[in-house]
Write a protein that binds this ligand. Structure first.
Ligand code: ZN
Length: 337
């Protein structure tokens, strides 16, 4: 593909208006997208095909190794891109190290530059397993942990989701390509961007909480792709974005994946199997009498399995008993989801 590019440049003189390295990155990107698709197929994921992006959808380009400079004049930060020139930028972080790559992207009408820097090799993580926690992730509760902290799924996301579907509907009613259509599309993009920003913000705060209070976090190894197939929950699950949440905890402290099978069924105290439908919110073991929230029970199982991975004993944890009245209420409210 790289050779084809050289040939293409001979005939299409407008291509010479662009930085050569930037153009080279495009076949490289397409190639790596194609490769990852093949990899996924091998692992038996259901994958689609690469499709052509329209001019409107093509909103990212990459300067690799060369063709960029960053400078400061007074209080103004400047970025220079080959064939484009100098422009003013708002720098959010001090750049420390050699810049390897600059990615320029347009999201919801704004331009962003993502600067990749060669970092000094960091010291390997030392595992000080003083405090650990098991975390069950879900839809109703974004997380429920083995210390009994439950964090509901943020409602503000649901609110914007409504705006999103509304703008989507508007878009579909308008004539494609018309001025009003473009306007609706812009609204749609902005709503999308807002959802992403709020979700990221929420995930950063929650992951920071876990990093501050624990050394290692055990989470079930969710097969997100399997869950997304369930159409009713799909939107909500996509919204939840646990993969990025896990990543955030992992770079702030440490995440260990735990085998998820039967975490909701097993009794976390005695191991007895207590099968329950999605509607049943309480774990009540008739062998040992444990009576706790189903998600709390699951998170305790996750913690137990995590500690077993390293042959560590289950620490003594106070399990907060749930008030009986609360349980009876939960029993009546069987419309869980
Ligand atoms: Zn039990």
């Amino acid at each position: 593909m790289q050779f084809a590019l050289t040939e293409l440049k001979e005939n299409e003189s407008w291509l010479k208006l662009y930085h050569s390295k930037m153009l080279q990155m495009i076949p490289h990107q397409i190639d790596s997208a194609r490769r990852s698709l093949i990899e996924k197929k091998k692992k038996r994921y259901v994958v689609g095909q690469l499709k052509y992006a329209s001019k409107d959808e093509w909103n990212t380009f990459v300067y690799n190794q060369s063709g960029f400079k960053i400078d400061k004049r007074g209080n103004t930060n400047l970025l220079w891109l080959s064939k484009i020139g100098w422009m003013e930028i708002r720098l959010h972080k001090l750049i420390d190290g050699k810049i390897k790559q600059v990615t320029i992207t347009k999201r919801a009408g704004r331009w962003y530059a993502i600067i990749a820097v060669e970092a000094k090799p960091s010291l390997p993580k030392l595992i000080a397993l003083k405090k650990s926690v098991g975390v069950d992730v879900g839809i109703k509760n974004y997380t429920y942990d083995s210390d009994g902290k439950d964090t509901p799924n943020p409602k503000n996301l649901q609110k914007i989701l409504k705006t999103l579907t509304r703008t989507q509907r508007k878009m579909s009613r308008r004539v494609k390509g018309s001025c009003n259509y473009k306007k609706a599309k812009q609204w749609y993009k902005i709503a999308h961007e807002r959802i992403a920003n709020r979700r990221r913000d929420f995930q950063h705060k929650l992951s920071a909480y876990y990093a501050r209070n624990y050394d290692v976090v055990f989470i079930e190894n969710l097969q997100i792709t399997n869950m997304v197939k369930n159409h009713n929950l799909a939107q909500k699950i996509m919204d939840a974005g646990w993969a990025s949440f896990k990543n955030m905890i992992d770079y702030k402290c440490m995440v260990i994946d735990v085998e998820p099978r039967n975490t909701t069924v097993d009794c976390s105290r005695c191991g007895h199997k207590v099968p329950k439908t999605l509607a049943i919110r309480i774990h009540h073991c008739d062998q040992c009498g444990l009576l706790i929230d189903r998600y709390h029970n699951a998170s305790l199982n996750i913690l137990k399995r995590g500690l077993e991975l390293w042959n560590l004993p289950m620490e003594h944890r106070e399990v907060t008993p749930v008030e009986i009245s609360e349980i009876e209420e939960a029993g009546r409210n069987l419309s869980a989801w």
